[in-house]
Design a protein around this ligand. Structure first.
Ligand code: GAL
Length: 678
């Protein structure tokens, strides 16, 4: 994906309705098949009232449009596309392959996915197919071909929506078909069995393979399995799901000129796809995001996901393909949004680069497992708080449309890696409580609290433009990727690395000679032993900080100690260090600091590196988007108190000039100011 393709794809979406880039994409999933035809006209009329510009349809349409194998029935879809088109609403057309219909799995039960224990999943939910299944792929390809041939040039169709949240439920399949595909993938990766045996360390526990056929997916074993095998299976599984996307993508590109995408799941609870590998194949990056109320501060994770999505889009505008107007149906307790929260969530995405906001879904279902999931149009109808909030949101987005196409300003990068996530969370590690995403989130939250906007970048990305780079718990890193960080610091950059980084290479092989392996020289430290802490043990540092989870015995080779442990297993030993390296400096945080002191260390490093931080008030999120002629400052007040900020400019939501801006409790404000920098 080139950056110009992304912006032209987004501009294309909006071109129908005015000048390119002049209107926010405001959209939703729509499942008209769940409703009588009589409802459709009302739906479209209300969509126009709400300012909807893009509607995703046919996402779960397979059983409707191919009721029997090879028999296609498009009358209803024709009709709904026409209705939307007549109303001036663009179509985000699903290929319809997200959930195979019963006729497919009953004729071909071998497509059903298998768990690690060898249990087949039954049909009856959704996405019940093995991603490697040639039978499934052929059926999906045939359906995509029919859909693309029929609608590929229809003027209403503005975007292709391949399948839906690929790999959401079925990414890991352990069946025999997957096993054969895994072997093929391994043959491509390693060429010879010798290389594979070496990469997997199969001298351990008599695991040496003498023939490819002996290799299996990491099915349930009695003891721990081989970690390198498990890691490769994660890579393989991500690639297989990507290939399901690519099968359809190739069809769409052959039969249509409309931009192609699918909805990613950059989120806290799904980690099966390495989206850094996916982006070359989508014309615009689209993400689905739902607040996760199982996390400590759900809206901070929202900001993280939005920044990570912008990272995938390489800084270009991206599309929020799904969020909810209120509660979902799939968490243990489905918490409704507070008044104003929908606006805050939406503007946090926009502040962080989303130029389109879509929802799941238009009209709340009356049946099925999602019937208690919120929607734009709730069960209660238009005489409801929700509907009024939706209209208000639509108006608010209209009032800030001049931010479209502007860039989010961030001078700190955080390295984020799905591969490291997979590897870190494997078993038999020093502490099962060191979970990759939790450590990334801890760093992210501290930076968020400090008012520092970050770009999430892939390992190995060019870091030249940043004042500081943060590397949270990057347990798995390639030599070349670590070198990019060292070279960046040597050239004058600043890095902060946190514990359990640099330990293994891409084969999950430990670097010998002392931790943190790939970063030891950069950080000027040498660790000879890890001392993870028992659950709930808290240690103290001479800086006044407390810490949990992790300690390690560090020797300062060239670094100096910034803070040392006072107690715990290593009293008097370094806990935080800093090292001059070439023209720059590198900090090491060798323990899980409490949030306040983690923020403190990151702020010190950021100050020293000349990072611009937003003037912060606790709980007020502030992000800068920069256009050619103006700066746009977004303020999102997550607190119950009003907040006042001295700023001169024009506030877009209330459409007033300001010199002192009051941001009421729970409110959102966007101020256009003079550009501060070129
Ligand atoms: C997404 C999915 C939608 C809907 C939604 C509910 O994961 O793409 O189809 O199920 O969740 O939150």
């Amino acid at each position: 994906m080139t950056t110009s393709t992304v912006s032209s794809a987004l501009a294309g979406l909006t071109a129908e309705f005015g000048e390119p880039g002049s209107r926010f994409v405001f959209g939703c999933d729509y499942n008209p098949e769940q409703w009588d035809r009589s409802v459709w006209e009302e739906d479209v009329r209300l969509m126009v009232e709400a300012g909807i510009t893009l509607v995703a349809i046919n996402i779960f349409g397979w059983a409707q449009i191919e009721p029997r194998p090879g028999e296609f029935e498009f009358t209803a879809l024709d009709e709904i596309i026409e209705l939307l088109h007549q109303a001036g609403i663009g179509v985000n057309l699903g290929t319809g392959t997200a959930s195979p219909p019963p006729w497919l799995s009953s004729r071909h039960p071998e497509i059903l996915p298998m768990s690690q224990d060898g249990l087949r999943a039954w049909p009856g939910g959704r996405q019940a197919y093995c991603p490697s299944s040639p039978v499934f792929r052929a059926a999906a390809e045939r359906l995509a071909t029919e859909v693309a041939s029929r609608y590929g040039a229809h003027p209403a169709v503005q975007l292709w929506h391949v399948s839906n949240e690929l790999g959401c439920h079925n990414a890991l399949c352990y069946c025999d078909v997957s096993a054969a595909a895994f072997r093929e993938w391994l043959q491509k990766r390693y060429g010879t069995l010798q290389t594979l045996n070496d990469a997997w360390g199969t001298t351990f526990w008599s695991q040496r393979y003498g023939a490819w056929e002996e290799i299996l997916p990491p099915r349930r074993t009695l003891s721990s399995g081989n970690p390198a095998q498990a890691l490769d299976f994660s890579r393989f599984s991500s690639d297989e799901v990507l290939e399901c996307y690519r099968v359809e993508e190739r069809v769409l590109r052959r039969l249509s000129d409309v931009p192609v995408t699918t909805n990613f799941m950059v989120t806290s609870h799904i980690r099966t796809q390495d989206y850094w590998q996916w982006t070359p194949f989508v014309d615009l990056v689209a993400n689905d995001h739902y607040l996760d109320h199982r996390l400590p501060v759900p809206h901070q994770e929202l900001s993280f996901a939005a920044d990570a999505t912008r990272g995938l889009a390489e800084g270009e505008p991206w599309l929020l393909m799904e969020q909810s107007t209120g509660a979902v149906n799939w968490q243990p307790r489905n918490i409704a949004k507070q008044p104003g929260e929908l606006l805050r969530n939406t503007f946090a995405h926009v502040a962080r680069g989303a130029d389109g906001i879509c929802f799941f879904q238009w009209r709340a279902s009356a049946q099925g497992t999602e019937k208690f999931h919120s929607a734009l149009l709730p069960h209660a109808g238009t005489d409801s708080h929700k509907w009024r909030e939706v209209l208000e949101l639509s108006g608010a987005l209209r009032s800030v449309r001049e931010v479209l196409g502007t860039e989010v300003v961030a001078d700190v990068a955080v390295i984020f890696s799905w591969e490291a996530w997979w590897a870190t969370d494997l078993d038999s590690h020093p502490s099962e409580e060191v979970r990759y995403l939790e450590q990334v989130h801890a760093v992210y939250r501290a930076l968020w609290e400090a008012g520092i906007t970050v770009d999430m970048v892939a390992p190995g990305s060019d870091l030249a433009g940043y004042r500081m780079v943060v590397v949270p718990s990057l347990y798995l890193v390639r030599d070349a990727e670590a070198k990019v960080v060292s070279d960046y610091v040597a050239a004058g950059g600043a890095a902060v690395v946190t514990f359990f980084s640099g330990v293994v290479n891409e084969d999950d092989r430990v670097r010998l000679g002392g931790y943190p392996g790939a970063f030891a020289e950069l950080l000027g430290v040498r660790t000879d032993e890890f001392f993870p802490l028992p659950h709930d043990e808290v240690v103290t540092l001479d800086s006044g900080a407390t810490a949990t989870l992790w300690t390690e015995r560090i020797e300062n080779t060239t670094s100096r100690t910034v803070a040392a442990f006072l107690d715990g297993p290593l009293p008097g030993e370094p806990a935080v260090t800093v090292n001059r390296f070439g023209a720059g400096s590198a900090w090491y945080i060798a323990t899980a600091l409490d949030p306040e002191h983690l923020r403190d260390v990151l702020e010190r490093a950021a100050d020293a590196a000349g990072v611009t931080t937003a003037e912060t008030a606790p709980g007020v999120e502030s992000v800068l988007r920069r256009g050619p002629d103006a700066d746009y400052l977004f303020f999102i007040n997550h607190t119950h108190l009003p907040h006042t900020r001295a700023i001169t400019g024009h506030e877009l939501i209330t459409d007033r000039p300001v010199t002192s801006l009051e941001i009421p409790a729970g409110a959102v404000r966007v101020v256009r100011t003079r550009r501060t920098e070129n």
